[in-house]
Design a protein around this ligand. Structure first.
Ligand SMILES: C[S@@+](CC[C@H](N)C(=O)[O-])C[C@H]1O[C@@H](n2cnc3c(N)ncnc32)[C@H](O)[C@@H]1O
Length: 274
């Protein structure tokens, strides 16, 4: 499927605030939030200048504020940017936001080369740009300082099919065959959805990120044991703590990389390639 920026923007304009709640629906989603948060905590330092692209309503903008970074917020959707501004004012993280920009990850023209310590692209910008993903990656790398990190997450094919197994059961077999073969969720494969995206396999994501001057430092699933498991499965705080410990190990196991709804990666722009 060809990238259609207007359709993606319209989809997220209409989705509104429900993007904020997407990490609360199941236990696997809560684990995913914890895994994304752990990646931020590992790479983002106080006073780092961070470009957060595809920021949505700001769940990670708020976390970046908590880590003491300065954030430039960017999104394709005007409505998502508006929600991010409102959340920043209402929840008290506006002081860490340098600016809000409506833009496409494929064109980071407003920003100078090497002007950010980190770029965060969580929740799928690299899943929405289809055949333009190399351009998007090149743009993210361009604005990163040498030694800086791109932290990203994309939709994962097998974990998403597992999470939505009832839909897989009920959809026409030919459609699911096409989705499995291509990784693409499109108007043709699912006429009931307006959510068009590319879902990666772990091997495919690693190959995509394997570029001269880049080092993939981290690749993991967003959840392993708990994808699609209901919140009620955990009933005590100590069970949650233990679960996160097991998930952190399981999500980086080669046999589990494809098990989450998302794949997470940390990519360093090598210093020598400056
Ligand atoms: C699933 S939401 C994720 C929001 C937030 N990062 C999170 O993880 O909760 C994806 C966001 O990426 C934005 N987006 C999609 N394609 C984009 C693109 N090409 N350039 C910039 N933002 C994009 C959408 O408008 C939406 O706000």
């Amino acid at each position: 499927m060809a990238y259609d920026a207007a359709a993606i923007a319209a989809y997220f304009d209409a989705l509104g605030l429900s993007e904020w709640e997407r990490f609360d629906r199941t236990l696997g989603d809560r684990v995913s939030l914890a895994m994304h948060t752990a990646l931020l905590e590992r790479y983002v330092r106080p006073r780092h200048r961070i470009l957060e692209v595809g920021a949505g309503p700001g769940r990670f903008t708020e976390l970046l504020h908590g880590l003491g970074s300065r954030v430039v917020v960017a999104d394709l959707s005007a409505r998502q940017l508006e929600l991010n501004r409102e959340a920043a004012r209402g929840r008290g993280f506006a002081s860490s936001v340098e600016a809000w920009h409506q833009l496409d990850i494929c064109d980071l023209g407003p920003f100078d080369a090497t002007s950010f310590d980190g770029v965060v692209a969580f929740g799928g910008p690299f899943s929405y740009v289809f055949e333009r993903r190399d351009t998007a990656l090149a743009e993210c790398v361009r604005v990163l300082r040498p030694g800086g990190y791109l932290l990203l997450s994309v939709m994962s094919l097998w974990g998403t099919l597992h999470r939505h197994r009832a839909a897989v059961r009920d959809m026409p077999r030919a459609a699911i065959r096409t989705i499995i073969a291509t990784g693409d969720l499109t108007a043709e494969t699912d006429p009931t959805s307006k959510h068009y995206c590319h879902m990666y396999r772990a091997t495919e994501l690693r190959t995509f990120l394997k570029k001269e001057g880049l080092t993939v430092e981290h690749l993991s699933a967003s959840s392993a044991l708990t994808t699609g498991v209901e919140n009620e499965f955990i009933t005590a705080p100590e069970q949650w703590e233990a679960l996160l410990e097991y998930e952190a190990v399981a999500c980086v196991e080669p046999g589990y990389l494809d098990a989450g709804t998302h794949l997470l990666a940390a990519v360093r722009r090598d210093s020598l390639a400056a």
